[in-house]
Design a binder for this molecule. Structure first.
Ligand SMILES: Cc1cc2nc3c(=O)[nH]c(=O)nc-3n(C[C@H](O)[C@H](O)[C@H](O)COP(=O)(O)OP(=O)(O)OC[C@H]3O[C@@H](n4cnc5c(N)ncnc54)[C@H](O)[C@@H]3O)c2cc1C
Ligand code: FES
Ligand code: FES
Length: 1381
């Protein structure tokens, strides 16, 4: 038994990691003398915690109640496959499977769980399976690992282990899942790179009955919905639509899985005993009986009960709350029981939401439908309640007792008048769940010594109707804006209201009942008059102060009416049907209103990807142009790919946490570290005075400081850092450092900056033609503006640096997650006061970058390096998600103001546009970003007279920075806004206006660059064709005629994106190629790998250039000591630049090998290499490339700005719910010109990933700042990026064929950024749908729609009788919760 046992203690961590903690196969640590001695010196802190990880037995004598399973896995066991993306249960990167013998269900249950929230103490007698435990590349891949990789579902790979484990758990429970099961399994997983489609496609191969062949059936078998037909899929053999061969996938064999440990099975059947774990600050007690629990609660009335820890975990981590005693009642049978009674079903308070759902689903299937109205409503709420991982652990009692005003279940429980049973040592009470139950914000009627025992959910009766609604920014895994339960009982055989109970969440500090309204409606007939009375009364009763937390006040108020209206219609329909049986006639819902009663529903997505086949005769060893898999994908899927924070800890390593400003603009008066010094494990503080070199820094302009000294200029400004033995200690200390400030008035928004003329210089202007004359010549002139919100990068891997001082000559080695190794090297050297040649910066890979690690990563690296040089020990810092979002800035918010002159025909003659970009507290890269917006201000339209001006607003926000598209999308978005206005003003379909204004081959841009090899016309035609645009347009119009409260919209949008850094000097790249004597090739180039497949493409380039298979070529990392002075991996240009540099190096080597080839033409690559070696030939070569003929001059408006342009056209169709503002994308076609694709799988991955990121930008993602400049949206809970459920129902991507580009390597084109703007087609399709909704209220002509088109904006724009009842407060009369920046 001992052989199979892994004893883990606190002190051995470093040895374990040094000795192979990061290795794949866990080997038991022998209880050697030295370790026993160390262990023996420590008092056991309570009971032994026994659990299994990946089949290995673990006994932990010092279980720390504050430690999560994730930290335990990564730091204690060295199992770094499981990733940390957010620490709040919101991203799924940390998903593992937990199995246990369920004492009440009497079976083994397997659940996907967020390791970041699971306290390690909760794992007693559980078995944990992580991604590291199910397969490895070298031994055996698990089918779930293989399929995600080979289906191209892993780009940066940081989300991949979580995806793998969600799917793995699903298959453990159900080896033949349906597509719906698969989609449900991923509700709690986020990916920022892939756009989700390939993940679903890969895993669809496990589904019982594949929902759709994705068009691959090509013909009779093709099941694609609606518009898919045989003609859609080309029969041309040069066009391919399959990027992998599923028939070669390893079959799933459920008999091969790790079994549940027999020991745990036996232990699980034995009666439990009380367990105690004592940690540094917290005592964890797991009572085994209800009596024990009640005794303990009476002894520790302030203790917290913890079941799922999905609420308490967040409070402790992010709200800095400390609960010294935790009681874990998860195993107490009374709290886990389910009893069916005459009145309803009674659930123990610790029953999980998953169990709740299963029991209710079963009841709905078995009981008469009138009896289960409440159950169905709860099931509807559960559909949209968090993700599977949360529902698997979160308890009903936890949801009730948290007393959150936006709880999804409490309004339903309240409207259903559920009964709660509470208990203390001395008393048992039954409380009705009404508005007395929540006396205040996050308060309940329970006494401190009481616990919630159970809840009774009642059956409904005939003549009773019940609905629940939830409106959230994102449909899946999101907290509600407004949520409600609605219950009505009619007098028998009539439509007269006998009882009505409405309950709302999101409308007050507690869940509330609009009592006056409910009272008023009793005795009324269910008709139009009741609706009017109800709405008028709700509008009066459901008021919110204009500065209410959460904002969106008019929207929230309107929602209460809109949702009631939906309930009204739903009940009206049921009444009409039910009363008909009783011979009472009640008018049914009008057909054009009926869609308002439908619950949100989305079909399983389907897709098609089309790309060009390689030419016939291309060697099978030449992989250029073939859809080969990302070279790290398999390692990413097994968790073996090493990211910065996966590097094993050094023996004497320390952890760093940042001390940041809480004020936007202030003088620092004092910094007090007194309390922080008392936190255990603290080693040092780092402030500006500790910087040995220069505190002045900045990626393009030296206008920032590494650490703020006298003044802070944004919330999140880094003032200092704490270095401690663990991350937890460092963070705890950082939080108690006290800074006193003398506050100054901050400038937060673009409007503030305009008002105070706070701009960085210079202000850029670009001009072509004569705008004054153009306006004179125009038939009409219109003016307008659009605000485009910022965007958080939300790379799944946050910023991370490990700095290792080398001990001599000021040398330091940095492991960094950065897109810019050379700049990091240079600025760290500057801060340390050493020459750059002492600093080596190494980048293995990043878990996503998107521009966010182009410059803003450097400050963190510099602070960590300064700390490491101060303490002379390795220092590590991986930012938590909230810190990362707070300090690093994101995409620039833009305000675009425009004046357009146009003819009645829709032809545009003149444009005057001004951009204001919110740059934040330093210039960073804003200058180039504003320039790029100007370079894209006309998008793809030929306008004779143009003038654009760009301002960089200097504000007190964290410096905004590069983000995929780099100002281009904002510039083009403004263009599409005036284009849409012109179409609306002229009353001409927008696609016609867009088409007539498109450029043609040879036209000149506003910056006087001639458009050559211009393919937009070709893309446009193909897009119209594939999307069936004209047919679709007719169908949309017909749909809109038939539906009053649901509208559809359609739009087609082009893009033209200039490729090159606009700073000319950056358009250079280097490469270094070594050939070793065994023939293997080590390739290094200046670009970094962040998931975009750059290394894969570079290997393909080298493979073709050298004429050897890809398998002989390896890229280890990017480092400043192999290729010097590299440009950041950015501007989409890295494949072009580095590809040419790699090619150049390979050519040099080929020339050197040529004599040996000539001498031995039949020899192998290895023969030639060996012959050259023995002949003393240098088998290493540098390559270099600089893009020729670049150099635009703003003053003279001459010179080439770009090497070439990438083009694309996209069409989208959407459907909006006019009552809630919810939208779904029904269809998207994208035709993208990527030249001759180097790798169609990677390019399509970039197109789809960028599109989804753009979809987030233009429809969903909203950063909220307080009026004082504090970011309120600091994690996936508050900031929503698109999830699986947001992908278009139909997605067709086509890479334009026969369009080689003579300006880049092997005729390819850049692809990283250009497709992002294709998501604007969704935004303008939404605008089109809103236009249709507005026309129902008699509104026509241009209207303003800012980006993102969130449900709030959509609803507010669909003006109707309900919005009129909830007008916004007069601006300036109140302080809003959040301001638009
Ligand atoms: C990512 C994420 C998404 C979420 N999404 C949603 C959502 O969509 N909708 C929604 O409504 N909520 C959501 N939540 C909130 C949370 O998941 C729920 O409130 C959940 O039901 C809490 O249950 P738990 O067992 O995890 O609670 P815990 O964190 O274990 O406990 C929560 C509170 O309840 C108390 N408590 C628990 N049981 C008892 C008892 N028997 N007697 C007395 N007190 C008790 C605890 O002391 C504590 O104060 C989300 C949370 C996360 C992290
Ligand atoms: S890290 Fe656990 S869900 Fe994000
Ligand atoms: S591959 Fe999913 S986050 Fe990068």
């Amino acid at each position: 038994m001992f052989d199979n046992q892994l004893y883990v203690t606190c002190r051995w961590r470093h040895q374990w990691l040094q000795r192979g903690g990061a290795e794949r196969n866990l080997t038991p640590i022998e209880s050697c003398g030295a370790e026993e001695e160390e262990t023996g010196a420590m008092e056991p802190a309570g009971d032994e915690l026994l659990f299994y990880v990946n089949g290995k037995r673990i006994v932990e004598n010092h279980a720390e109640p504050e430690m999560t399973l994730l930290t335990y896995l990564r730091r204690k066991l060295g199992l770094t496959g499981t990733k940390l993306g957010c620490a709040e249960g919101g991203c799924g990167a940390c998903t593992v499977m937990i199995s246990k013998f369920h004492p009440h269900l009497k079976c083994i249950v397997h659940h996907a769980v967020n390791a970041c929230l699971a306290p390690v103490c909760s794992l007693h007698h559980c078995a944990v399976i992580t991604v590291d435990g199910i397969g490895t590349v070298a031994s055996r891949l698990h089918p779930v690992q293989e399929r995600i990789a080979k289906a191209h579902g892993s780009q940066c790979g940081f989300c991949t282990p979580g995806m793998v484990m969600s799917m793995y758990t699903l298959l453990r429970n159900n080896p033949e899942p349906s597509m719906v099961d698969i989609e449900e399994a991923f509700q709690g997983n986020l990916c920022r790179c892939t756009g989700y489609r390939p993940i679903l496609e890969g895993y669809k191969t496990f589904a019982k009955k594949s929902a759709c062949c994705g068009g691959r059936g090509r013909g009779k078998g093709c099941c694609m919905a609606n518009n898919c037909n045989e003609e859609d899929i080309s029969e041309d053999p040069t066009v391919l639509n399959q990027m992998y061969d599923p028939s070669k996938f390893i079959p799933l064999d459920p008999t091969q899985e790790v079994i549940f440990p027999p020991e745990l099975l036996n232990l699980g059947k034995q009666p439990p005993r009380q367990m105690k774990f004592k940690g540094e600050r917290v005592l964890w007690i797991q009572p085994s009986t209800l009596t024990e629990l009640l005794d303990l609660k009476s002894h520790y009335p302030e203790s917290k009960l913890v079941v799922g820890n999905t609420e308490v975990g967040i409070e402790m981590k992010f709200k800095n709350l400390l609960y010294p005693v935790i009681l874990a009642p998860a195993y107490i049978s009374e709290l886990n029981s389910v009893q069916h009674t005459k009145q309803g079903i009674v659930f123990g308070a610790a029953c999980t939401l998953t169990l709740l759902g299963e029991v209710l689903r079963d009841a709905v299937a078995k009981l008469p439908t009138y009896q289960t109205e409440v159950f169905k409503a709860i099931l509807e709420q559960l559909r949209w309640f968090a993700g599977k991982q949360i529902r698997n652990v979160a308890a009903i009692g936890g949801n009730i007792m948290t007393a959150s005003p936006i709880s999804d279940l409490n309004p339903v429980f309240m409207a259903a008048a559920c009964k709660l049973t509470t208990m203390s040592k001395d008393e048992r009470r039954v409380l009705k769940m009404d508005d007395n139950f929540f006396p205040g914000y996050r308060k309940t009627a329970l006494k401190p010594e009481e616990i919630l025992l159970s809840i009774e959910i009642p059956y409904t009766k005939k003549g009773q109707y019940f609905s629940a609604f939830k409106q959230s920014p994102r449909q899946e895994d999101d907290i509600a804006i407004v949520t409600c339960g609605m219950n009505v009982v009619f007098k028998e055989g009539s439509n007269i209201v006998e009882k009505i109970l409405l309950s709302f969440g999101g409308m007050a500090p507690t869940t509330v009942i609009p009592k006056t309204t409910c009272k008023k409606l009793i005795g009324s007939a269910w008709n139009e008059k009741l609706l009017e009375d109800a709405c008028a009364s709700l509008a009066e009763e459901m008021v919110l102060p204009p500065s209410a937390p959460g904002g969106m006040v008019p929207y929230r108020r309107t929602l209460t009416l809109s949702l009631f209206f939906k309930f009204y219609l739903t009940v009206k329909h049921y009444l009409a049907v039910d009363l008909q049986h009783e011979n009472v006639t009640v008018e049914d819902v009008k057909p054009d209103y009926s869609s308002a009663t439908e619950l949100f529903h989305k079909d399983s997505p389907s897709s098609v990807q089309l790309f060009q086949a390689v030419p016939p005769g291309q060697s099978s060893e030449d992989f250029v142009g073939r859809p080969i898999m990302h070279l790290s994908a398999l390692k990413q899927a097994t968790g073996e790919a090493v990211y910065c924070d996966d590097i094993p800890c050094y023996e004497n390593e320390l952890h760093l946490a940042l001390i940041t400003s809480t004020k936007a603009h202030a003088h620092i008066l004092s910094i007090d570290t007194g309390e922080a010094m008392t936190v255990p494990g603290v080693v040092a503080f780092v402030f500006a005075k500790d910087i040995p070199g220069s505190n002045i820094t900045g990626p393009a302009f030296y206008d920032e400081s590494v650490l703020a000294e006298k003044m802070v200029t944004c919330v999140g400004h880094i003032v200092g850092a704490v270095v401690a033995d663990t991350q937890a200690h460092a963070q705890r200390a950082a939080k108690v450092v006290k800074i006193t400030y003398d506050e100054l008035k901050p400038i937060i928004s673009i409007q503030d900056a305009i008002d105070s003329q706070s701009f960085y210089q210079p202000v850029r202007t670009m001009k072509k033609g004569d705008t004054a004359q153009g306006f004179k010549d125009s038939d009409h002139i219109l003016e307008g503006e659009i605000h485009i919100g910022g965007q958080e990068h939300f790379y799944l891997e946050t910023n991370c640096t490990v700095a290792v001082p080398k001990g001599e000559d000021g040398e330091m080695e940095l492991f960094v997650s950065t897109q810019t190794a050379s700049k990091t090297q240079a600025l760290v050297a500057k801060a340390l006061g050493v020459p750059a040649n002492r600093i080596v910066c190494r980048v293995k890979r990043m878990g996503g970058g998107f521009g966010g690690k182009e410059s803003r990563s450097i400050i963190l690296s510099t602070v960590v390096a300064v700390a490491a040089s101060k303490v002379k020990r390795p220092v590590r810092c991986m930012l938590d998600r909230d810190e990362d979002m707070l300090v690093t800035g994101g995409r620039h918010p833009f305000l675009g103001r425009y004046k357009v002159g146009y003819m009645t025909s829709g032809k545009i003659i003149a444009l005057d546009v001004t951009f204001y970009a919110n740059a934040g507290n330093s210039k960073d890269l804003s200058f180039s970003i504003v320039e790029r917006a100007l370079f894209h201000m006309e998008n793809s339209y030929n306008i004779p007279h143009v003038c654009g001006t760009g301002y960089m607003c200097k504000t007190n926000l964290p410096s905004n920075t590069a983000f995929r598209g780099f100002g281009g999308p904002q510039g083009m978005m403004v263009a599409e806004s005036w284009m849409s206005d012109v179409a609306l003003a002229c009353g001409i379909p927008s696609y016609e206006v867009r088409r007539m204004n498109l450029y043609n081959e040879g036209d000149l841009t506003p910056f006087n660059q001639r458009l050559e090899q211009f393919t937009i016309g070709k893309c446009w035609e193909e897009c119209l064709d594939i999307s069936n645009y004209m047919k679709r347009q007719g169908a949309v119009e017909e749909f809109n005629r038939q539906h009053r409260w649901t509208k559809r919209g359609l739009s087609i949008i082009p893009t033209k994106f200039g490729i090159s850094f606009t700073s000319v000097f950056l358009n250079q790249a280097g490469a270094l190629v070594h050939i070793y004597t065994d023939g293997s090739v080590l390739l290094t180039h200046g670009g970094t790998e962040m998931g975009q497949g750059l290394h894969t493409k570079m290997v393909q380039v080298a493979s073709r250039a050298l004429g050897i298979p890809c398998s002989k070529i390896f890229i280890s990392e990017t480092s400043t000591n192999t290729v010097a002075n590299t440009s950041p991996t950015a501007a989409s240009a890295s494949s072009d630049l580095n590809g040419m540099a790699v090619y150049n190096a390979c050519q040099t080597l080929l020339q050197r090998l040529e004599p040996y080839k000539v001498k031995n033409p039949k020899g192998s690559w290895e023969d030639w290499v060996n012959a050259a070696y023995f002949d003393r030939v240098n088998l290493s070569a540098n390559g270099f490339y600089k893009t020729p003929d670049l150099g635009y001059n703003f003053d003279s408006n001459s010179g080439r700005a770009f090497n070439y342009f990438s083009y694309g056209v996209s069409c989208s169709e959407v459907e909006i719910d006019c009552l809630t503002g919810r939208q779904k994308t029904l269809h998207t076609t994208i035709v993208m010109d990527v030249g001759k694709s180097l790798n169609p799988a990677i390019d399509i991955g970039q197109v789809e990933g960028a599109f989804m990121q753009g979809l987030g930008l233009f429809t969903l993602e909203e950063l909220h700042y307080s009026p004082q400049g504090s970011l309120l949206t600091r994690g996936p809970g508050m900031y929503k990026i698109p999830a699986f459920g947001d992908i278009p129902v139909e997605l067709q991507v086509s890479l334009l064929r026969d369009s080689p580009n003579d300006k880049a390597i092997f005729s390819s084109k850049a692809v990283g950024e250009p497709p992002l703007f294709m998501a604007a087609s969704v935004f303008y399709a939404i605008k089109d749908a809103i236009t249709a909704a507005r026309s129902e209220s008699g509104l026509s002509g241009p209207f303003r729609l800012d980006s993102p088109a969130t449900s709030e904006r959509i609803r507010n724009a669909c003006e109707d009788r309900f919005t009129k009842l909830c007008p916004p407060a007069e601006p300036g009369t109140y302080t809003p919760w959040a301001v638009r920046v």
